[in-house]
Design a protein around this ligand. Structure first.
Ligand code: SF4
Length: 79
């Protein structure tokens, strides 16, 4: 299942940046496993975005993280 509605097309990435909703994140670290270039799980048990302007080569991995996040905590936000 996953939150496919958040998944976006490549062109949208130029206008949006990855965002983790800390009210929803349960800290399982799946996003950091799938795309460590963009997501980092920290000691406080929350995932953080460490690269808000990811290279195009990472878009597929970001979309995978968005889909696999069990808490639906990751989305792409307007800058
Ligand atoms: S996959 Fe989702 S719930 Fe898990 S650490 Fe990343 S943002 Fe948090």
């Amino acid at each position: 299942m996953g939150n496919n509605s958040y998944k976006i097309t490549k062109g949208d990435y130029y206008m949006k940046k990855p965002y983790v909703n800390h009210d929803e994140c349960i800290g399982d670290g799946i996003c950091a496993e799938l795309c460590p270039e963009v997501f980092e799980l920290r000691d406080d048990g929350l995932a953080y975005v460490i690269n808000e302007n990811p290279d195009e080569s990472l878009y597929d991995k970001i979309n995978e993280a968005i889909e696999e996040c069990p808490a639906l905590a990751i989305s792409m936000e307007e800058e």
